[in-house]
Ligand binder design. Structure first.
Ligand SMILES: Nc1ncnc2c1ncn2[C@@H]1O[C@H](COP(=O)(O)OP(=O)(O)OP(=O)(O)O)[C@@H](O)[C@H]1O
Ligand SMILES: [Mg+2]
Length: 259
């Protein structure tokens, strides 16, 4: 047995899930440059649930795409679980994403020609983990989301809420260490939104898994431990969610930062 205590520095980097350092991203539309992120700094501890709030166009989805390494910053670093993503080869980055990160996209991104079950199993297939235990996990997740009657349906035969639930199931099927969720409850009624959070608590080891959720809804942000406010591509402030907070109190605190 190794009884040497790990160094304080090692402990610190083990404790940090996400580190975004001075991230910039500018899009080009014709001759127009659109600065989506203008120097974002953000640190999220392992096991934390953080809500990112911000007006439409403030850069929330862009930040999430950079964290999932689906898009790259023009400047700055994205460090996940101690690894600077820019230092990984494309292959390593893809492997890393498949095995450690679950993403719920704002637009769902379900594959139109695949059924619900095939969509949900796709990350397992790509990660080479399409085994019996993963299939059981997929069924369990789909069952908890009420999608068993829709297993064989294609996305265009589903309601918006059902598509969103399928996208949630797909992101959770491998029980990721890091869940990135972009407006995951935007198309669900409040009861289903409550079920979403209950599901995360049931399926993820929330003391260890990290959740970064983009949301406009104070009631969804209330489930986080911390709210980070984004405006015009920069973090303008943050606050811890207090145990006694309600949606109105949280909305008021957010408005103070955002205005
Ligand atoms: N692929 C792209 N090409 C050009 N411009 C883009 C692209 N993606 C985002 N943008 C622009 O970058 C800015 C930030 O967009 P982003 O999608 O990150 O905002 P958001 O905070 O997620 O907004 P919403 O709440 O509406 O989803 C916006 O001005 C948007 O129009
Ligand atoms: Mg968005």
């Amino acid at each position: 047995m190794n009884d040497r205590a790990p160094s304080a520095a090692a402990n610190l980097s083990n404790d940090i899930a996400i580190q975004v350092v001075d991230a910039h991203k500018t899009y080009r539309r014709g001759s127009r440059l659109i600065p989506a992120l203008a120097g974002v700094n953000l640190t999220v501890r392992r096991g934390e649930i953080v809500a990112i709030m911000g007006a439409s166009g403030s850069g929330k989805s862009t930040l999430l795409h950079l964290l999932a390494w689906l898009d790259k910053p023009d400047q700055g670093s994205i460090i996940i679980h101690g690894r600077n993503l820019a230092a990984l080869s494309e292959r390593e980055a893809t492997q890393f994403r498949r095995h450690q990160v679950g993403v719920i996209f704002q637009q769902f991104n379900l594959i139109p020609v695949l059924t619900v079950e095939e969509n949900v199993l796709l990350p397992a297939r790509l990660a080479g983990r399409d085994d019996a235990s993963t299939r059981r996990q997929a069924r369990e997740t789909l069952d908890l989301l009420g999608l068993i009657p829709r297993l064989g349906h294609r996305p265009d035969a589903l309601s918006g809420g059902e598509q969103q639930r399928a996208a949630i199931a797909r992101a959770l099927v491998l029980r990721p260490a890091l869940l990135l969720a972009d407006e995951p409850t935007g198309n669900l009624d409040s009861c289903s939104a409550g079920q979403f959070w209950a599901l995360l608590k049931q399926l993820l080891d929330l003391g260890r898994s990290t959740v970064l959720v983009v949301t406009h809804e104070p009631s969804a942000a209330l489930q986080a431990q911390r709210v980070v406010a984004l405006r015009d591509g920069v973090v303008v402030g943050e606050f811890d969610v207090a145990p006694g907070d309600n949606s109105a109190a949280l909305a008021a605190r957010y408005q103070q930062l955002a205005s």
